[in-house]
Ligand binder design. Structure first.
Ligand code: ADP
Length: 415
């Protein structure tokens, strides 16, 4: 009897491998392989486990499918775990044949023929691939050879998976480094500019050889005053973002009304920008448990961004109750934010390229806003159609999910 794999099967397998290798990701390659494999390799169930977590005893199920009679096994791949553990521990093929049953009514599902193959990369065991046939036919030698070929290919896919993951992590690190670099450049610029003004105007005022009239002195002092505020704001942002990151920012949660907070914020804003039209659509709402100072900070950031990025635009704010949430919409009619940047603007240091030629900023404002809202167990996002303005949405729960003590709390782990 020949134990060789026939040429037709080998050819079919080869073209399947070729087809799978052109897939964009390891997962779709595996999917193609597993789905089409059954046309020349009989099995009911298949599962692939990764042993990366083996030290902790848990195997990760990479793929599981119950194609044939044992469809009930599809939901979980626990059926193969014991065999997989053994295959991984011994780094060897394992064949299990069901004990002969004398009972006439033994169901096929009670007679599993199991074939376990290790997935290897050199001497390293990456995982295991388990095939099951319920009620036979038994795995013959040529089929075991064929399965070994398939498992060698699956091992390459597991390798590819770990490379893809490493590649993703590297990209992420590279992205973070770039943000940090941009941030350093921005912060040094943002620190130097006000310092330059403060130094220049104070030196001018202190000159012994010139006398300045009162109006000029006032003008210079006003610049010094404004630039000092700008510096203080930058330092506050830096500290606040560092505290949010290290989860050490203190929150004082008290019953408070968002509608009242917004009215206060608008009054404050109008003191500085009486020229900007703010339209309000607000009705009294039930209180939330919130930190007034931090939520005021969120609104101030949104106002300041609207002035910076949508100059000359009206601002519209509406608040309503939606279920057990308070929903705030804060809109301007400025240039808006391109879709590919909308999720990113809430990241630390992120600024939309090209949007801030004439505006100051560090890319911390919206990060701080979102973290504060998240600390209230709320949500914050933006909707924007470029050219038609931006709408920032904030949802805050009327009642927290779990009872929370009134008073001080550190920024919870959601930050
Ligand atoms: P900063 O204003 O310091 O750059 P933010 O975190 O407040 O940082 O904002 C991040 C980026 O989001 C800004 O650099 C800007 O590109 C964009 N952005 C924020 N608000 C608006 C807005 N209302 N309209 C258009 N773009 C905005």
């Amino acid at each position: 009897m020949s134990h060789g794999v026939d040429l037709t099967t080998l050819n079919a397998l080869l073209s399947l491998f070729r087809k799978a290798s052109t897939q964009a990701s390891w997962r779709s390659a595996l999917e193609v392989l597993m789905v089409e494999l059954r046309s020349f390799f009989i099995f009911d169930n298949i599962a692939i486990y990764s042993s990366s977590e083996a030290e902790s005893g848990a195997l990760e199920v990479i793929y599981a499918r119950a194609l044939g009679r044992g469809k009930s096994a599809e939901a979980d791949a626990a059926w193969g775990e014991r065999v997989a553990g053994e295959v991984i521990a011994n780094a060897q093929i394992l064949l299990q044949i069901p004990p002969r049953s004398n009972l006439p009514n033994t169901g096929r599902l009670e007679l599993p023929y199991t074939l376990g193959l290790p997935l290897l990369s050199g001497a390293r065991v990456l995982g295991a691939m388990i095939f099951i046939r319920f009620g036979g036919p038994p795995f013959e030698a040529d089929q075991i050879h064929l399965a070994a070929l398939i498992s060698a290919w699956a091992s390459c896919l597991l390798e590819r998976r770990s490379w893809e993951e490493t590649y993703r992590q590297l990209n992420e690190v590279q992205y973070r480094i770039r943000l940090q670099d941009d941030f350093l450049a921005t912060v040094s610029h943002e620190l130097r500019t006000p310092l330059g003004f403060i130094k220049g105007y104070s030196t001018t005022l202190l000159r012994q050889d010139t006398k300045w009239d009162e109006a000029t002195q006032r003008e210079f002092l006003t610049v010094i005053d404004e630039e000092t505020d700008r510096l203080a704001q930058l330092i506050d942002d830096l500290l606040e973002s560092a505290r949010l990151q290290s989860k050490t920012l203190n929150f004082k949660f008290q019953p408070m009304r968002v509608d009242a907070l917004i009215r206060d914020a608008v009054i404050r804003f109008h003191q500085r920008h009486p020229e900007v039209v703010v339209r309000l659509d607000i009705s009294p709402l039930p209180p939330i448990l919130g930190d007034t100072i931090h939520l005021m900070r969120v609104l101030e950031n949104l106002f300041s961004n609207a002035v910076k990025y949508a100059p000359g635009s009206d601002i519209e704010i509406s608040v309503e109750q939606r279920g057990n949430m308070v929903h705030v919409r804060f809109s301007d009619h400025g240039p808006g934010i391109p879709p590919e940047h909308q999720a990113m603007i809430f990241e630390r240091f992120y600024r939309v390229p090209g949007s801030h030629a004439s505006s100051t900023g560090t890319g911390l404002g919206l990060y701080i806003c979102k973290q504060i809202v998240t600390a209230h167990r709320g949500k914050m996002w933006v909707e924007s159609e470029p050219g038609h303005g931006a709408t920032f949405h904030i949802q805050l729960p009327l009642q927290p999910d779990e009872p929370r003590e009134k008073g001080d709390a550190l920024c919870p782990s959601v930050c």
